[in-house]
Design a protein around this ligand. Sequence first.
Ligand SMILES: *Cc1c(COP(=O)(O)O)cnc(C)c1O
Length: 384
Amino acid sequence: MYKYRLVTPGPVAVSERIRRAMAEELIHHRAPGFQPVFREVREKLQQVFQTRREVLVLASSGTGAMEASVSNLLSRGESAIVVRAGKFGERWAELCEVYGIRPVCVDVEWGRAVRPEEVRAAFEAAPAARALLVQASETSTGVLHPIRELAEIVHERDRLILVDGISAVGVHDLPMDAWGLDALISGSQKSLGLPPGLAFVALSENAERALERTTQPRYYFDLRKELEGQPRGHTAYTPSVSLILGLREALRGILDEGLPQIFARYQRTAHSVRAAVQALGLELFAPDAPSYACTAVCLPAGIDGAELVRRLRAVYGVHVAGGQGKVAGKIIRIGHMGDVDGFDLLAVIAALEMALLDLGYPAKLGEGTRTMTQLLREFSLEKG
Ligand SMILES: *Cc1c(COP(=O)(O)O)cnc(C)c1O
């Protein structure tokens, strides 16, 4: 009855413009036609990552770039501080273990951002730790970590900071070079508004030196090979050509709109969604340091999260994400990335009001949508 609306915090809805670009005739990656595409993509990725370093393009999901960072920058027997504040922080720790690196975990209650002092204390307790591994935006809880402050702590010690920016690059201002991030990672199916299948990682000069030193076995994700080839237009293995055509279109769209404008737009969107759910009497899961990538909402007692997600999708066509790991069934996450605008999210709030009422929560129809409409209007007036 309703149209399908994909509003999970990844994968995200892909615009028609990007889908069309990916449907173009396949070009061979060694043929001349691919070179200008790849060159444009490389240059534009540097702008979006706010770096002069090479942004490597990998054919994998985002986790591939996380794994590549661990296996290329850290050696067996070393230790690393890991901010474990959600599902993706856990993934950093698991990756370390697999490669024989001891994760020294800073465990943070889910829904809270790490405090710089906690990381400082961890380095004091484990001064040999080679690196700090952290998410910029912890998509499983909707939290934004204070990356700039964390980078300063890492620099005082001449260590590396590896930042998973999979739901933050292109959403929040995360200037790689200005903040001195040593590895900045992203993936295609979140803020870039593409289907899944591409991962990105840019490395600082210090990280590049670490690359030469590490003793891990690497093959597909040997970033030395990619660093040598990609600046000349050659990926080590067959690149995802169609996704790269879509990426070119996505990056053009991002840079046409402008990064500062995009950051401001995300801030407004996130703010209006948050105000709307609060007007419905619901609480935010990450009230203190919310990421703009998604809004995580606590569910009232008696409402089964899985059932709410199912009903939203099956009856209202609205596909939000539930909670992962230890918050499964307890929260829902409304994504703000990809091809969604304020009116799409207004529809999501309307559907949420209806679905909550269906499940017995005394939602007052129109309370959330009214708040959101008012805010959207204020933003439009500000913009003139
Ligand atoms: C989605 C996500 C990942 C994992 O990416 P995959 O593409 O599923 O491998 C890692 N970190 C963060 C912060 C994410 O949002």
